[in-house]
Ligand binder design. Structure first.
Ligand code: PMP
Length: 388
């Protein structure tokens, strides 16, 4: 039997063979002509994927948290006021992060599973001036998606810099960074970007760069300082070798391949494919009688789902059985509801067949745990949403 279990957690995910081949190819010098070319091309491709023609891409060795740290370190100075919109664990992370750099942070926190109330946000923006506002496009702890377009528009109308954590959304959920006026859209490689963990990726608007360039104080984080990295990114894009810290050569080669595949699929089709994946999973879970953490489909993510365990079933019993049936899923993450739900990632290279196989494995696990439902009803509902 094939020894392969589908990895359907919300990152890392299943990766395309060509991406893994690039990762496993002999490592070249970071100043060799072929690497300079593919690094430069990756930066150009990021602009297209982010849909930010005048944005400045940054590629750093690190995880998504470094991308968050990089945005915070460069844009916050002691005493700045920051507004954090939080829909879960990763939104909350910005509160601690921004305050480390001396920001006075105000948090608007949605109840678990609820959307952000933009009326509250607007009230806060009207009441006091803020330099910066953050939102988590898809909070991976709740599967709640924030209206990123509205977030950008509010930032523009109140003159506040906007930072969108797109770790669980970039290249999966629709983002038009420049049209929507979002100043920083950041992500990590291991989710819908489709590259194994290890890259922190950001695209920064010219406006945010000009605010950064007029800082009164030095950036307190040495490694993440744009002063170090901006000349490097600019040089590689001009196909000129440059060095500050050794780039993760193989990961950048893999990024180039994956971004090429993403653009070949086309952004609109890619967003639509993810929308269908999200709809299929939600429909299947509903057919199986499972509740979900997002309180409404309208603000439920398309890149992951967060089903609740049905009555009488718990994670330690269910998840290993789903794994035996062929799919690795993730447990709960949000501390308030950790033992009440699990998480399914459905993004990046996933195929419709992977979604249906995962639903089938969930059915097998639920059956083995004694949950009552019509066997096959989840797959039927998923098929209908995918192909109906
Ligand atoms: N933000 C979001 C929305 C995430 O899902 C994650 C990781 N799951 C992070 C930030 C942090 O990324 P990393 O684990 O790569 O540091």
């Amino acid at each position: 039997m094939k020894d392969r279990t589908l990895l359907m957690i919300p990152g890392p995910i299943e990766f395309e063979p060509e991406v893994l081949q690039a990762l496993g190819a002999p490592t070249t010098s970071h100043v060799s002509p072929d690497f300079i070319e593919l690094f430069g091309r990756s930066l150009e491709r990021m602009r297209e994927v982010w849909q930010a023609p005048t944005g400045q891409p940054f590629v750093l060795a690190g995880s998504g948290t470094l991308a968050m740290d990089c945005a915070g370190a460069n844009l916050v100075e002691p005493g700045d006021r920051a507004l954090v919109l939080s829909t879960g664990v990763f939104g909350d992370r910005f509160e601690d992060l921004l305050s480390r750099y001396g920001a006075e942070v105000h948090v608007i926190r949605a109840a678990v599973g609820e959307a952000i109330d933009f009326e509250d946000v607007e009230r806060a923006l009207r009441a006091r001036p803020y330099k910066l506002m953050t939102a988590t496009h898809v909070d991976t702890s709740t599967a709640v998606r924030v209206d990123a377009k509205r977030f950008g528009a509010l930032g523009l109308s109140y003159g506040v810099l906007t930072v969108l954590d797109g770790v669980c959304s970039v290249a999966g959920e629709e983002i038009l960074q420049e049209d929507w006026g979002i100043d920083v859209v950041l992500t990590a490689s291991q989710k819908a970007i489709g590259v194994p963990p290890g890259l922190a990726l950001l695209v920064v608007s010219q406006k945010a760069l000009s605010v950064w360039s007029t800082r009164r104080t030095k950036v307190a984080n040495y490694y993440a300082d744009w002063e170090k990295w901006l000349p490097i990114m600019t040089a590689y894009e001009k196909r000129v070798p440059s060095y500050f810290g050794t780039p993760p050569v193989n990961l950048v080669a893999a990024l180039d391949v994956s971004l090429g595949q993403i653009l070949a699929e086309g952004m609109a089709l890619r967003f639509e494919r993810h929308r269908r994946f999200g709809a299929a999973c939600r429909a299947a879970l509903r057919a199986l009688g499972l509740g979900q953490v997002p309180t409404q489909d309208g603000h439920a993510a398309n890149t992951l789902s967060a089903p609740k365990y049905p009555k009488g079933v718990n994670g330690p019993d269910l998840l290993p059985r789903i794994r035996e049936a062929g799919a690795i899923l993730a447990g709960g993450l949000h501390p308030e509801i950790r033992s009440e739900y699990f998480r399914i990632g459905h993004m990046g290279a996933a195929k419709p067949g992977d979604i249906l196989a995962t639903i089938g494995a969930i059915e097998a696990g639920l059956k083995a745990c004694g949950h009552e439902f019509d066997l096959g009803s989840g797959v039927v509902a998923g098929q209908a949403a995918l192909y109906g």
